[in-house]
Design a protein around this ligand. Structure first.
Ligand SMILES: NC(=O)C1=CN([C@@H]2O[C@H](COP(=O)(O)OP(=O)(O)OC[C@H]3O[C@@H](n4cnc5c(N)ncnc54)[C@H](OP(=O)(O)O)[C@@H]3O)[C@@H](O)[C@H]2O)[C@@H](O)CC1
Ligand SMILES: Nc1ncnc2c1ncn2[C@@H]1O[C@H](COP(=O)(O)OP(=O)(O)O)[C@@H](O)[C@H]1O
Ligand SMILES: [K+]
Length: 508
């Protein structure tokens, strides 16, 4: 699924109107109808009580007026407060005329702000994607008033005052919604942690926007959902054997962190790899062999950390990092690995696929001269702190995305910036946000599981690099969701994610 800019959203609107030969009020009616339907499923007229709709002067306010009419007709007690303006949009005026006389309407002024009881339900239709500047003056006063009222706020399309696709001053006045009901496509702003307090839970409503425009819109922003990854995992052929699915090598673990190696190996095996060999420090031998009998195991001459790189010839992909530690000898192993992996493999003509995580990323961050050794399409899986060590502190979430994109382009690699909406950046500068996963996955070891799963998918000869990583990120989150359905988010541990990789992959 694409993510469009605010300007493109407007073009999409126009394209839909032209292609379908409908008046623009018809599209507004669809949007208002979809909103009202969502609202009616979440609040009974009794639970909502008297519901206030705050309407701005543009089409977002027009949506609000139409919503007020539809909910009134459905039996809700409605009242409307209008933000004064020099002019209102044509569709706003149309819906103002259609508002039943029985719905009380007040004009807002600084002296008469709408009265809002604590717990009251308020529909925010002040501004949508047509916002051109941060709120100031009366609109800012109204929003600040709403935010202090302890109301239950549902935003139409986007919380008023929030830019859909661009950074804004940190002190901007923005509606703090509990729910945002948006139309057609997610907005970039919804996917960034800095906006969570404004957006609340967001919900997408289908309103029949032009499929032709959606398919052809030029954008670098994408949203990975079930439809995106459908069919990405080739079926296992009847006469396949373990050699068909690749032999992966995992370099992981150190004293006290063998669990990272065990979890990562488990995920790799559940990810469908043909064979897995783990190279681990001597101290981890019993732990590893007992907990992962399906994997083969090579031990380092060092007891507590990894100091040697095994012969790479047998392997179709290598993962390094989970629980590795940052010993100087392990840094040398990483350096040798990067140098050795850059030569094209006989079979594929491509460099050996690498997945680099955790302490291996921290080593890259403290020895940045190694970055230029990264073979093309290497997968890096930093969380925001690890990414900062590879680059620089980001001013805000938008700046971090810029740094991410630039990094992936500069080093021609696939960078997985982990978080609630994990973002995969490609060497061509695309950003793919993931839709699966839950806060239960904010627990030690979840990232190690992702590394193992990505390693399995990179060892699979039939899946191209980018598709493998996008699928792995999606399936990892989905496995977390399936796990949390059993344990609850609080009780979820990384091992539960491993156990649900199989079911998650069979869904796609
Ligand atoms: N696309 C779709 O799929 C569909 C879209 N639909 C709906 O349309 C919405 C977009 O509507 P829109 O374009 O009319 O813009 P909107 O957000 O109402 O505001 C524009 C008005 O606000 C003003 N204004 C701006 N900034 C301001 C500020 N800081 N402070 C004060 N004023 C400010 C601006 O005036 P000006 O900038 O000229 O001063 C103008 O008057 C979209 O979010 C969705 O709800 C659905 O109906 C159908 C499907
Ligand atoms: N709130 C969240 N919602 C969805 N996924 C999350 C959330 N928090 C963490 N995750 C996922 O869990 C994983 C955590 O990785 P990481 O921070 O490396 O943990 P660890 O180092 O403990 O293994 C990432 O894949 C991340 O996307
Ligand atoms: K709004």
């Amino acid at each position: 699924m694409h993510i469009l800019s605010a300007a493109q959203t407007h073009e999409l609107d126009q394209a839909t109107i032209e292609e379908q030969g409908i008046p623009s009020v018809e599209l507004m009616e669809r949007a208002a109808g979809a909103f009202a339907e969502w609202f009616a499923r979440h609040f009974t007229p009794h639970a909502a009580g008297e519901t206030l709709v705050l309407c701005g002067p543009g089409n977002n306010g027009g949506d609000g007026l139409a919503v007020a009419r539809l909910l009134y007709q459905a039996g809700y007690a409605m009242r409307v407060a209008l933000l004064p303006a020099d002019k209102q949009s044509a569709d706003w005026q149309h819906n103002r005329r259609r508002l039943p006389k029985a719905v009380p309407v007040a004009e807002i002024s600084a002296e008469s702000l709408p009265h809002i009881m604590p717990g009251a339900v308020v529909i925010d239709a002040l501004f949508g994607t047509g916002l051109t500047r941060p709120l100031a003056g009366l609109p800012a006063t109204v929003v600040a008033h709403l935010n202090t009222a302890a109301a239950r706020v549902v935003a139409v399309d986007i919380p008023s005052g929030l830019f859909a696709d661009a950074p804004q001053p940190a002190d901007s006045i923005i509606v703090r919604a509990q729910h945002t009901v948006s139309f057609g496509l997610p907005k970039l702003a919804f996917l960034l942690p800095q906006n969570a307090a404004f957006v609340g839970q967001w919900h997408l409503k289908e309103i029949g926007l032009s499929p032709h425009f959606l398919a052809n819109a030029a954008t670098d922003w994408h949203y990975t959902d079930a439809a995106t990854v459908a069919g990405a995992l080739p079926p296992r052929p009847k006469f396949s054997h373990k050699g068909t699915f690749g032999h992966a090598l995992l370099l992981a673990g150190s004293r006290g962190k063998m669990g990272a190696a065990v979890l990562s190996a488990g995920a790799c095996l559940r990810g469908g790899v043909g064979l897995l060999t783990a190279h681990i420090p001597g101290c981890g031998y019993d732990i590893f062999q007992i907990s992962q009998p399906e994997a083969m195991c090579l031990t380092d001459t060092q007891a507590d950390f990894i100091s040697e790189l095994p012969e790479l010839k047998p392997y179709q992909a290598v993962g390094i990092g989970p629980g590795l530690g940052q010993e100087a000898a392990s840094l040398e192993v990483l350096r040798q690995l990067l140098k050795a992996a850059d030569k094209p493999l006989e079979k594929t003509g491509q460099p050996l696929p690498l997945v680099i995580d955790a302490d291996a990323l921290n080593l890259l961050g403290s020895h940045r001269e190694l970055l230029k050794l990264l073979p093309e399409n290497t997968v890096l899986t930093p969380h925001p702190k690890e990414f900062e060590r590879l680059t620089e502190p980001a001013r805000d979430d938008y700046h971090r995305l810029e740094l991410l994109r630039d990094f992936a382009i500069q080093y021609r690699c696939l960078v997985v910036l982990k978080g609630a909406y994990t973002c995969l950046a490609t060497p061509t500068g695309e950003l793919h946000f993931n839709s699966t996963g839950n806060a239960g996955m904010a627990t030690g070891g979840s990232g190690d599981v992702l590394t193992g799963l990505l390693l399995a998918l990179r060892a699979h000869a039939q899946i191209p690099a980018f598709e493998a990583v996008r699928l792995g990120v999606y399936a990892h989150g989905r496995a977390g969701d399936l796990g949390a359905a059993q344990t609850g988010q609080v009780g979820l541990v990384a091992g539960d994610i491993v156990r649900h990789i199989g079911p998650a992959l069979s869904e796609v």
